[in-house]
Design a protein. Structure first.
Length: 286
């Protein structure tokens, strides 16, 4: 169950889960407590973004105390995706442009140390931004909000970074051995009793994200019906895999979305999503 304290628990088959794997999940819970101390401004941004009393001016002021994070938000605000290229120079205006949910998501990636992605997660930003942009594109068709779908897509793979940090020998082996995303999820479930999107959801709950976001992320890789936001991220993940792993057998979009989005519709988004995501990767990793 997702709560305000991290409690990473199983969602899949656990035959291969060992005492060592249980220890890894315990380390993840500890890491979720420890990470805010390493990037205190990012932690403050996350908390303030969920505070009904904050506004763009106050959040922009807090954001400005972390120059690296401020630069990321400003670059993103000036991307073609938001239509204001070269016109955003103040943190408070950047917050208004990209939205509180996106600022909060970028703060999470900063707090998790993803300014410098470990080599085991090569392609992390490519996959994450493809997922985010694609999830945002399909959100309206599913009755989900575009900003929330974008920010949740950006964080779907956060659990991978936590698993690399807390199981630095075994988890990279799982990444290398898996032929595709589906094999990786199955290996994670056997090893840990939880897949990386579930770990991501627990991180959001631990850091006091709104309950509906954490619950939606927990549903992404669970079988069966899911709330619209979870379905948007499912489709975003599927499109990102189609782009970056063309040899993989695609999962039917109609099945993933309960008939709301067809394969032809998802594939039609491929070119514009690739262009937008590539622009964002350049801005956020430069």
């Amino acid at each position: 169950m997702i709560g305000r304290r991290p409690a990473v628990t199983g969602t899949g088959t656990v035959e291969d889960t060992t005492a060592g794997a249980v220890e890894v999940l315990g380390r993840i819970s500890s890491a979720l407590d420890d990470l805010p101390a390493h990037r205190p401004v990012a932690a403050r941004v996350i908390a303030e973004a969920d505070d009904a009393r904050s506004d763009a001016t106050s959040l922009g002021r807090t954001l400005s105390y972390d120059p690296a994070l401020t630069a990321k938000v400003l670059r993103l605000a000036n991307s073609a995706y938001f239509g204001l290229s070269g016109r955003v120079s103040a943190p408070s205006f950047a917050v208004t442009v990209v939205g509180f949910s996106t600022v909060r998501s970028l703060a999470v990636t900063a707090m998790a140390g993803l300014d410098d992605v470990p080599p085991e997660l090569d392609g992390f930003w490519d996959r994450s931004l493809l997922t985010a942009v694609a999830a945002g594109e399909v959100a309206a068709r599913l009755g989900a909000l575009q900003p929330e779908a974008f920010s949740l897509g950006l964080l779907a793979r956060l659990g991978q970074a936590l698993l690399v940090r807390c199981d630095p020998v075994r988890y990279p082996q799982l990444l290398t051995a898996a032929a595709d995303r589906e094999e990786l999820l199955a290996a994670e479930a056997r090893r840990y009793g939880a897949v990386h999107t579930r770990v991501s959801a627990e991180a959001l709950a631990a850091w006091a994200f709104p309950d509906d976001l954490a619950l939606a992320l927990a549903q992404v890789d669970q079988p069966g019906p899911a709330r619209p936001l979870a379905v948007a991220v499912r489709l975003g993940l599927e499109l990102s895999e189609r782009v970056l792993d063309p040899a993989r057998a695609p999962r039917p979009a109609g099945h993933l979305s309960a008939g709301h989005v067809r394969d032809a519709e998802l594939d039609a988004l491929r070119a514009p999503v690739e262009r937008t995501a590539a622009d964002m990767v350049r801005l956020l990793t430069s």
